[in-house]
Design a protein around this ligand. Structure first.
Ligand SMILES: C[S@@+](CC[C@H](N)C(=O)[O-])C[C@H]1O[C@@H](n2cnc3c(N)ncnc32)[C@H](O)[C@@H]1O
Length: 205
């Protein structure tokens, strides 16, 4: 799966996660970010156009070289500096309390041990700083959740390790964040797509 994950998954991600509806959710997620922002799972930089003017720079953590190279145009046209500071959100080479805020979108599903990454974010974000997140994850309906469990193996193989049933609010809370805002719901679409479409958008501090 190495070739698939290295060369195909970043392109699938780019196409699948840049729909108008998801772009609206990205804009809502990024609203009120300010200062130096750490983004874990930067991907191809799809959040860059949605960052408000109060953001002064982005410290990006992204393991995929293809994802990073596909972000080149967005980085070059962004009005702020974007620096790749690492390859693994589970171990971030930044000092404690060194950024003003953190952003993570559609990545807690894929990072192998998401609680480690969230604890790293808790460590690196300064006191009073916020984590803004937009993720898909565990559905509240038992039938849908059962399907998420059944589909996890296939999903992981096709989508670079992505898991469908991570309990995002629980992970965020267990890492020491307090949930300040949470909007959770299915995105519009056919019922059969529900294992993939239960979304969480929130702010934690
Ligand atoms: C579905 S993509 C989402 C990309 C981007 N955040 C977005 O919203 O378009 C998941 C991203 O998580 C990244 N990723 C996987 N493992 C990671 C890790 N250990 N640390 C940081 N990012 C990781 C992948 O390379 C990929 O860019």
């Amino acid at each position: 799966m190495g070739w698939w994950v290295d060369h195909v998954v970043p392109r699938l991600t780019d196409a699948g996660l840049s729909t108008p509806e998801i772009s609206t959710l990205r804009r809502e997620t990024c609203a009120r970010l300010a200062g130096r922002v750490l983004e874990v799972g930067f991907g191809s930089g799809l959040n860059l156009p949605h960052l408000p003017g109060a953001v002064t720079g982005v410290a990006a953590v992204e393991p995929s070289d293809l994802g990073w190279s596909r972000s080149a145009h967005r980085r070059e046209t962004a009005p702020i500096p974007v620096e790749r500071v690492g390859l693994d959100g589970q171990s971030i080479d930044l000092p404690d309390s060194s950024v003003d805020a953190a952003l993570v979108t559609f990545s807690l599903c894929t990072i192998p041990v998401p609680d480690r990454a969230l604890r790293e974010l808790r460590r690196v974000v300064r006191p009073g700083g916020r984590l803004h997140f937009l993720e898909h994850g565990l559905a509240p309906d038992a039938g849908v959740a059962r399907w998420q469990g059944r589909l996890n193996g296939l999903q992981g193989r096709v989508c670079g390790g992505c898991q469908l049933d991570r309990d995002v609010p629980a992970l965020v809370g267990d890492a020491g964040f307090e949930l300040l805002e949470l909007d959770q719901r299915y995105l519009p679409g056919p019922r059969v797509g529900r294992p993939w479409t239960y979304g969480y958008r929130g702010v934690a501090g």
